[in-house]
Design a protein around this ligand. Structure first.
Ligand code: GDP
Length: 828
């Protein structure tokens, strides 16, 4: 930064002769300074020090006062070299240096006169010229050291460093600057920065976050000021905030009606239905939706969903918890004997019952209570005393699984018979193990091999032939091989690993029940789990009571009965139904409440679930025990056929269901037939007759089935098959339409053409035609030609006329009705 500043320049700037400067310097330095000698910084400082001290003032006031008159005077003498001499005494009072002649020197030596710059306009600002000449880097006279009169050069080392960057504004130049501190524009960054500087790192973290949070909040608040909310908006916001705070909670059961759900959600049913539609569920207000659907819709409405778990009295009362492994003990098998009639079921049960008489363990008089136990090799076997599968089926229908093993009795001289097959099917359906007793082997015509052969056809492959069905040839009559049969039963029982927990409350199934004149309701119960004690409170179906007395099949009094033990008990208030499940409970009052509940439920079911019998559901209803009597109405074309059909049908009754013909008559099926059928849950059979239109419509509405036949044998076969559950209709008739014959044309070479008017539906080229005259079916035929005017038509709709020619039948009469139909294959 040092630049060459020569003696003559310095002298010129200071307004003194060069010689003065040279003289002054010669006092301090030995080496001679010449006119052109460039001064070192030190020398320069010394010179400045010397000359500026000469212009020192006592205070600023003096300085400013001194300036004004000077300015005034200076202007006219802008070109003069002689500075103003006032105050020179004061200014030079402290200067004892060898100075240029004091009177010729401007007192404010520190303020070089503008006269040195003749071309420049007068400017009195101190230091102005220095600044202009030396880039403003020179020390200013006013900042001259004040420490002493003779400052040592050493003390003057860095006078330039302290120099301000620019001229100081004079008092005259000072203007008032108003700073408005009310403005909201605060530079937060600045404070952040400051904060960063002064805060220890540890404390910074949290506080900065808080600070930012505050900042964000204030930022967020801003829009609220920007736009004032209207009353409506405010209301909406409040409602929204409230709803957010108190989110609607709804509890939804497993199933709920749409209307009820809407009420719980506090929305309109229409809104809910819309929402459900959006979820792909089409439901009306009265429809019920399942929990999942309801919950989904509720969530859509912003509600919080809870699954409503209904704890029924049943759940409170009846302990249906799983047994612990360590509590389980082996129990004896429960066996049922099944088979075709006369194959020896009763004989076999007798033989078994008496098998242990021989062992001498019998006690008391054997009574029939519906079940008994026999002992073999120290183990018990429980037999249900009711042969046939009727009881078995009714129990199954009530959900009771009473038996473990079924002994299928097949007479060796008779082989597999229809009821044998039924028994097989029932046992299989109930997943009960089957042991085959090939009975009557003592008979001359016995052929066990044939029986076994027959069994394979029904999936029962004898062990001897590599299958897993145990077949034991026995003679019930001669008590042969009975022990072997029982051994096999035990073997199968072992394989099944039958176990129960005798330590819990007794539960099981009602085997038989009756009303005894002296003892009141008597029931035979088979305990399936737990232990039944005398005095226990017992609930069975819709019956409740205390176990007053308990006896076994030999009349022995018992105090308690464990798993697989059949007992006869008294003490119930009513007669329960066979197949009812019973439970021992703690709370009798609650048990009575539950019974009441079950009764109402039963009534509701009876009321609501009246299903009309059809040939298709007949067997199902029979199986469910809902049908004990199968009612039929017969209508035929003539009295003779009606009677014949009736007699044939009556013969179809069996021990499970009784077929009753509640009405038979001649003529078309009419409305009163349908009404009767509806009232008595009957099937209407039409033989060679058709239903009247109104009757057909009513039947469809009431769900009454109308079955039409043209062959007695077909009718009998179908009803029989239906009763055995083997009806498998594969084709059914689909009505297309009806046309009335209004004119009959006889055309040679073509035959008879019926001019028809289509009353309803349509007639198509491929359809069949049933010719009906006065409600009686005359014939069924196929269409040979179908024409509209002279053109062939594929189909003719209701309200149009057409010409119909039949394949075979020519004896068409005016007024005949042509029913067009097709046969359609279908599956249930
Ligand atoms: P269920 O209808 O199946 O109960 O058969 P039953 O037990 O009533 O027997 C029908 C007929 O077969 C009776 O006359 C019995 O005497 C006879 N029967 C039963 N088992 C045998 C047997 O093992 N051998 C012979 N020869 N006849 C028997």
């Amino acid at each position: 930064m040092m630049m060459k500043y020569r003696v003559h320049e310095v002298a010129k700037d200071l307004g003194v002769p060069s010689k003065d400067v040279i003289d002054f310097l010669s006092k301090y330095y030995n080496e001679p300074h010449k006119h052109m000698t460039a001064l070192s910084e030190e020398e320069l400082n010394l010179v400045f020090e010397h000359y500026t001290q000469k212009g020192e003032v006592a205070n600023f006031d003096t300085y400013f006062n001194m300036k004004k008159p000077e300015t005034a005077k200076a202007q006219p003498t802008a070109e003069q070299k002689t500075p103003v001499a006032e105050n020179s005494a004061a200014a030079s009072s402290g200067t004892a240096e060898k100075t240029p002649p004091a009177n010729t020197r401007p007192q404010q030596g520190n303020r070089p006169q503008s006269g040195t710059q003749p071309n420049r306009p007068q400017n009195n600002r101190p230091g102005q010229q220095f600044q202009q000449a030396h880039g403003g880097q020179q020390n200013r006279p006013s900042r001259a050291p004040t420490g002493g009169q003779h400052p040592a050069p050493q003390a003057q080392q860095t006078p330039t460093a302290a120099a301000p960057a620019g001229p100081r504004p004079s008092a005259a130049d000072r203007t008032v600057r108003h700073v408005d501190t009310r403005g909201a524009q605060v530079e937060l960054d600045k404070y952040n920065m400051r904060y960063e500087e002064i805060t220890p790192d540890r404390a910074k973290k949290d506080n900065i976050q808080r600070k930012q949070k505050l900042h964000q909040r204030s930022a967020n608040r801003r829009p609220n000021y920007a736009k004032r909310e209207t009353e409506a908006e405010k209301l909406k916001r409040l409602v929204f905030e409230k709803s957010k705070k108190t989110q609607l909670k709804v509890s939804i059961p497993d199933e709920i009606a749409v209307g009820e759900l809407a009420a719980r959600l506090k929305v309109t049913a229409a809104d809910l239905i819309k929402k459900l539609m959006a979820l792909g569920v089409m439901a009306a207000i009265s429809d019920t939706v399942d929990y999942d659907t309801a919950a989904l819709a509720a969530i859509e409405f912003g509600a919080k969903v809870e699954h409503e778990v209904v704890v029924t009295i049943e759940e409170q009362l009846i302990d249906d918890s799983e047994d612990k492994e360590e509590d389980l003990e082996v129990r004896s098998p429960v066996v049922v004997v099944m088979g075709h009639v006369d194959h020896g079921k009763t004989s076999l049960l007798d033989a078994i019952r008496h098998s242990d008489v021989a062992t001498g363990e019998a006690g008391g008089i054997t009574q029939h209570i519906g079940a008994y136990r026999v002992k073999l090799q120290g183990r018990y076997l429980t037999f249900l005393d009711t042969p046939g599968h009727a009881a078995f089926t009714s129990m199954r229908a009530r959900g009771a699984q009473a038996t473990d093993i079924a002994i299928l009795v097949v007479a060796a001289d008779d082989g597999i018979m229809p009821q044998t097959i039924e028994a097989i099917n029932h046992a299989k359906a109930a997943e009960v193990s089957i042991i085959v007793a090939i009975n009557k082997i003592d008979k001359p015509g016995a052929d066990p091999q044939r029986v076994m052969q027959g069994l394979t056809e029904y999936g029962l492959v004898p062990e001897e032939w590599g299958g897993d069905t145990i077949c034991v040839p026995v003679s019930a009559k001669k008590h042969e091989n009975i022990d072997k049969l029982l051994e096999m039963v035990l073997l199968v029982a072992d394989m099944k690993n039958l176990r129960a927990n005798p330590k819990r409350a007794g539960t099981g199934v009602v085997i038989e029940a009756k009303l005894d004149k002296g003892r009141g309701p008597v029931a035979t119960l088979l305990v399936q789990n737990g232990t039944l004690h005398t005095g226990d409170v017992l609930i069975a179906g819709t019956t409740v009571g205390h176990v007053r007395a308990m006896t076994d099949e030999k009349g022995n009094k018992l105090e308690d009965a464990g798993p697989s033990v059949p007992v006869e008990i008294t003490g119930l208030s009513e007669v329960p139904a066979a197949g009812d499940v019973f439970h021992c409970v703690q709370d009798e009052r609650m048990a009575r409440e539950l019974v009441e509940q079950r009764r109402t439920q039963e009534k509701e079911e009876q009321f609501g679930a009246i299903q009309k019998v059809t040939l298709d559901n007949l067997f199902d209803q029979m199986q469910l025990g809902e049908i004990k009597e199968f009612n039929v109405i017969v209508k035929a074309d003539v009295q003779g056929s009606a009677e014949a059909l009736k007699q044939s049908l009556l013969k179809l009754s069996n021990d499970e269901v009784k077929l009753k013909v509640i009405h038979s008559g001649v003529g078309a099926i009419n409305e009163s037939d349908v009404q009767l059928a509806e009232a008595f849950n009957a099937l209407v059979i039409g033989f060679n007759v058709r239903p009247e239109t109104a009757a057909r419509d009513n039947a469809a509405m009431a769900g009454v089935e109308l079955r039409m036949y043209r062959v007695i044998y077909d009718c009998i076969a179908e009803v029989e098959a239906a009763m055995k559950g083997m009806l498998a209709p594969k084709v059914r008739e689909v009505q297309l339409g009806r046309a009335e014959v209004r004119l009959v044309y006889k055309i040679s070479n073509v035959g008879t053409i019926a001019g028809c008017y289509v009353l309803e539906g349509k007639v198509t080229r491929g359809s069949q035609i049933r010719v009906v005259r006065d409600g009686i079916v005359i014939t069924e035929d196929e269409i040979s030609s179908l024409k509209r005017f002279k053109d062939d038509a594929k189909e003719v709709q209701q309200g149009f006329e057409c010409g119909i020619g039949l394949e075979k039948y020519n004896d068409i009469k005016e007024g005949d009705i042509f029913e067009s139909f097709i046969m359609e294959e279908y599956r249930d």
